[in-house]
Design a protein around this ligand. Structure first.
Ligand code: ASP
Length: 435
């Protein structure tokens, strides 16, 4: 039985953090697969190694003196090595990396070395085997992961008699070149390793004790979430909650491998379990998230016009302008099309013009001051009258509801309010459901 453990940037930022990781690994013999990010910030105002590598790449490309920046990256690893008394020639490795880059190894190769060097040091420190991500995370030509080949490659390099460290954030393109995931992608690497080794769980170690019910920047000390389903997490992340890279769940969702969000600095804390179905029905609302800056096009149609045709024609307009539609709240003679404001900033009038040309449309109004608040909970479906009680929270707090959308599976209720009412709304819903 294998547990895959992934440690994020702040968990590998210093030698002290490496020591905490060793304690965590030693505490459970199932923790045989370790995935690491590149060292992150050690203190506020510090830089992440990955950001420094992007800077280094730009310096080299534009022919600007890069000695200081290269030195500061190299020193991050030397500091960890020296404080842990490890024997590893960072300077030699680093010079080779620079030479490879100058000979055309590509920017993605250079950036990936943040994770590569970290995994090398971690493998030496833990006494585990180093497995290079380029040999086990295999991309297709279209940039997606080739699951079959990847699983085969992982199986050929790992069995239960071994313990390994794998760098996160990259893999290789079919041509053999290094290819990166998007930023924060080590979460996905961990998930793919969990799929490949058939793990019983995937632990994602970070610097917070799991997910909060809402954004701590808005609500002071919100309570934690003990259990959440993959689908709930997806709704919350889509609406702005950020803990895991949003693609993390895909490789393991169908295998039903649970993810645990844990805190490297407080390992005894239970954290949050993310799984297919959750047993805990004690809470109706699991989380509250939201985002500002949406625009609603409110389309009013002639009473005689067929709603379905008008909606179809209106959606075609958005498709033509390549604008992603978020929600379509409807009523008898009008409907709204909600989109992100930044997607239509420059083309609002063109869209209005096209919408007005549609047969059966009488008027189009635009409201570009909308924030969406998503109330998410797998148990809402079990509780009659829940939408009503949520809407009354807004009324009781004198917040005007501009629009409402509810997912058909009743996993989320989305309420549109004015941007300036956003924080107040989140606080009000949080307070009401926790009293
Ligand atoms: N180091 C990469 C980043 O900063 C990947 C990761 O940490 O997951 O985005």
């Amino acid at each position: 039985m294998i547990t895959v453990t992934k440690f994020g940037g702040s968990s590998v930022a210093t030698a002290e953090q490496f020591k905490k990781i060793k304690n965590i690994i030693d505490a459970d013999e199932r923790r045989k697969v370790v995935v690491v990010s590149a060292p992150g910030k050690r203190f506020s105002g510090d830089s992440k190694v990955t950001d420094l590598l992007y800077l280094l790449s730009a310096h080299i490309r534009y022919g600007v003196d890069y000695t200081n920046i290269a030195k500061s990256i190299q020193e991050r690893y030397e500091e960890i090595r020296d404080n842990l008394n490890l024997s590893f020639d960072v300077e030699k490795e680093f010079n080779k990396i620079l030479a490879d880059y100058k000979q055309g190894a590509g920017e993605e190769y250079l950036i990936s070395r943040g994770e590569y060097l970290c995994a090398k040091l971690m493998a030496i420190y833990l006494g585990f085997d180093f497995v290079d991500a380029k040999d086990v995370m295999l991309f297709n030509y279209d940039g997606t992961i080739n699951n079959d080949k990847t699983i085969e490659a992982i199986k050929s390099r790992f069995d239960e008699s071994k313990s390994i460290v794998v760098p996160g954030f990259y893999g290789s393109y079919p041509t053999g070149e290094v290819m990166l995931f998007s930023r924060g992608g080590s979460d996905i690497s961990g998930s793919i390793m969990a799929m490949g080794v058939g793990a019983v769980k995937y632990e994602n170690w970070t610097d917070v004790s799991g997910l909060h019910m809402t954004d701590p920047k808005i609500v002071k000390n919100p309570c934690g979430i003990e259990e959440i389903t993959y689908d709930e997490l997806r709704e919350l992340s889509y609406m702005g909650a950020s803990v895991l890279h949003e693609e993390t769940i895909y490789p393991i969702k169908d295998l039903n491998i649970p993810i645990y969000i844990k805190n490297t600095n407080a390992p005894e804390h239970k954290g949050t379990k993310i799984c297919k179905t959750a047993d805990d029905n004690s809470r109706v609302i699991t989380g509250i998230a939201g985002k500002k800056n949406f625009t609603e096009f409110n389309v009013v149609k002639k009473m005689t016009a067929k709603k379905i045709t008008v909606i179809r024609d209106a959606l075609n307009v958005f498709e033509k302008f390549k604008v992603n539609v978020e929600h379509i709240p409807t009523s008898i003679d009008s409907f709204g099309v909600i989109v992100e404001s930044k997607a239509v900033e420059k083309i609002v009038y063109d869209i209005i013009l096209e919408l007005k040309k549609i047969n059966g449309v009488t008027s189009v109004e635009v409201d570009n001051n909308i924030a969406l608040v998503a109330v998410v909970g797998r148990n809402m479906v079990l509780k009659p009258g829940i939408s009503g009680s949520i809407f009354s929270i807004f009324g009781n707090n004198n917040i005007n509801i501009k629009t409402i959308a509810q997912s058909t599976n009743e996993l989320s209720i989305i309420v549109g309010v004015a941007n300036q009412d956003f924080e107040k709304s989140i606080q009000a819903v949080y307070d009401a459901v926790n009293n």
